[in-house]
Design a binder for this molecule. Structure first.
Ligand SMILES: Cc1cc2nc3c(=O)[nH]c(=O)nc-3n(C[C@H](O)[C@H](O)[C@H](O)COP(=O)(O)OP(=O)(O)OC[C@H]3O[C@@H](n4cnc5c(N)ncnc54)[C@H](O)[C@@H]3O)c2cc1C
Ligand code: SF4
Length: 505
């Protein structure tokens, strides 16, 4: 995939035995946080170099081949896991553009109530909704946040909406970063039409246009320091070769799992003791509902709508089609039941929910320096999750589902609303829940108190000079909606602050 790299982008084939550089601003990671801050700083005239562990990828190479994509664009084959009760499977992108290349494209501002809470409880400076509005607007302009063209709608989403409408529940069309999305339902394997405005096709070209350079296939092992001042990084070329880069300023944007581990591997201590703690996951769970007629979930964009009726309780519902291979691998069925499910693939509506979690976990440094995330769902969150899943089943039966497989190990298929009622009183063990997530947040929290927070309100790491964080790690709490736009707006805001205060000089 790493062919014909654009000007300013380098790959392992360009490196000799060792990479040695002396740069102005070094950004580690090129995803929602890193890509945005790199472009903003390059535009302001800084000498910006981005190092990215993943490869350069091209729109024309993206295909609906889940297996191949998972190997090339995802970390660890897309199936990392946090240890706990229950374990939670999670996915991270590892490619130029980070997880935005493989994400669903849902683009939502941080809810006002969350921003207000961050200001109140964490002392975030200029973080209120009015102060944040210009940064959201700037991001929305560059990634083209818009409603879908009607032609891209899919039947599974229409059914979800019909069910919600019948119950008089609030359901809204999703805002997505897309430009005339054709509804190919390939977002998680890279958008083959270029419609999805990921960082790869927006901020990365912008950063290059303003002179930034991107070094792909480089894994950063540790940050280097002179006393408390960050002076650069040491790492290695994926596939062999050493890397040493000196920088006047270092910005870590490796995502909420990798960032805290990189800080810890580098020997950084925080007076807060909270590097890697406060991990939030927005746990997701999903159900497969079988309909009498074809649903054809693969024809049209996924998550066309979000059911927001229970947002204040921290719960969102959406329809998410899964390709056959992934459905077969993750459905709770086996034997004859699995055969039946797959034979009826076109009649299956796969729907999921997101929970704004109160539980938190932590990321430790595991053997060989790899991240080892621990996270257990609290009993209260488990109860909320089971109830929300049953409420989702109620909606799907209202929409016409004939039977539903719930993600609780050991329960029978649900045949109708009476089964939903019966299960309401059933105590599902946490270990029987099947959870996954793509929203990892909060492991280097920002705030005004060095004893409680790892970074200040603008992402600068307390106790270190010349070192900032710019990714999902900064969130002081989960946000209850899809996080990409929040990360991008915070990175834009933090870049502006650095430019205006000459913080990098
Ligand atoms: C399948 C999927 C679907 C999603 N859907 C949505 C959605 O619809 N809407 C939404 O808002 N959010 C969605 N998300 C979440 C969203 O994409 C992420 O929250 C966001 O991209 C995280 O931004 P980040 O900058 O923290 O990290 P990332 O975007 O993950 O970028 C981190 C980058 O750092 C690189 N890196 C890590 N460690 C190192 C190292 N040591 N050296 C060099 N490079 C390193 C990684 O390779 C990666 O490219 C989804 C995520 C996934 C995986
Ligand atoms: S559904 Fe739209 S955004 Fe997603 S891959 Fe297809 S064209 Fe791209």
């Amino acid at each position: 995939m790493n062919r014909a790299l654009p000007a300013g982008v380098f790959g392992p084939e360009d490196y000799g035995k060792a990479v040695k550089l002396d740069v102005g601003v070094l950004v580690i990671g090129s995803g929602a946080g890193g890509g945005v801050i790199a472009a903003e700083l390059a535009e302001a005239g800084y000498d910006v170099v981005v190092v990215e562990e993943g490869p350069w990828a091209r729109t024309e190479d993206f295909r609906p081949e889940a297996r191949r994509t998972i190997q090339t664009l995802y970390r660890d084959g897309g199936a990392s896991m946090s240890i706990g009760n229950p374990p939670v499977i999670f996915s991270e992108g590892r490619v130029v553009g980070g997880s935005t290349v493989i994400n669903g494209g849902m683009s939502w501002r941080t809810p006002d109530a969350i921003l207000e809470r961050w200001v109140r409880d964490d002392g975030i400076e200029h973080g209120d909704p009015t102060s944040m509005a210009p940064y959201f607007e700037r991001v929305e302009h560059f990634i083209n946040v818009a409603y879908q063209d009607p032609e891209s709608a899919s039947r599974d989403n229409e059914l979800l909406k019909e069910g919600a409408d019948k119950l008089n529940w609030k359901v809204i069309p999703n805002l997505r970063n897309q430009n005339h999305c054709a509804g190919t339902n390939n977002c998680a394997w890279g958008c083959p039409t270029g419609a999805k405005q990921s960082v790869l096709v927006t901020y990365v070209p912008r950063a290059l246009r303003f002179g930034a350079r991107i070094y792909t296939g480089i894994r950063v092992d540790r940050l280097t320091f002179d006393g408390t001042r960050a002076t650069g990084i040491e790492g290695r070329v994926v596939g062999g070769g050493s890397v040493s880069i000196r920088a006047r300023a270092v910005i870590v944007a490796c995502g909420a799992i990798q960032t805290p581990v990189l800080l810890k591997r580098s020997g950084l201590r925080s007076a807060s003791g909270r590097i890697g703690t406060d991990l939030s996951l927005h746990p997701n769970t999903k159900v497969q509902a079988l309909f009498d007629d074809d649903v054809d979930g693969w024809k049209g964009v996924h998550q066309g709508y979000q059911v927001r009726e229970f947002q204040e309780e921290g719960v969102l519902f959406a329809a998410v089609n899964l390709p056959p291979g992934i459905l077969a691998m993750t459905a709770p069925h086996f034997g004859r039941d699995l055969l039946d499910l797959m034979t009826n693939y076109n009649k299956v509506l796969n729907a999921g929910l997101l929970l704004e979690d109160e539980s938190t976990g932590r990321v430790r440094v595991g053997p060989g320096g790899i991240p080892l995330p621990f996270y257990s769902l609290s009993h209260r969150d488990a109860e909320r999750l089971v109830n929300a899943t049953l409420t989702l089943c109620e909606l799907l039966f209202t929409a016409g589902a004939r039977k539903i497989a719930a993600p609780f190990d050991g329960t029978e298929e649900l045949k109708g609303p009476d089964d939903v009622k019966r299960l309401r009183g059933y105590r599902v063990k946490r270990s029987a829940l099947e959870l996954f997530t793509v929203h990892m947040m909060g492991t280097a929290r920002m705030g005004n108190d060095p004893k409680r927070h790892v970074c200040d309100s603008w992402g600068k790491v307390y106790g270190a000079e010349g070192l900032w964080v710019s990714d999902a790690s900064l969130f002081p709490s989960p946000i209850g909606v899809n996080p990409m736009e929040t990360i991008m707006a915070l990175s834009t805001r933090n870049a502006r602050r650095l430019i205006e205060t000459r913080g990098l000089a």
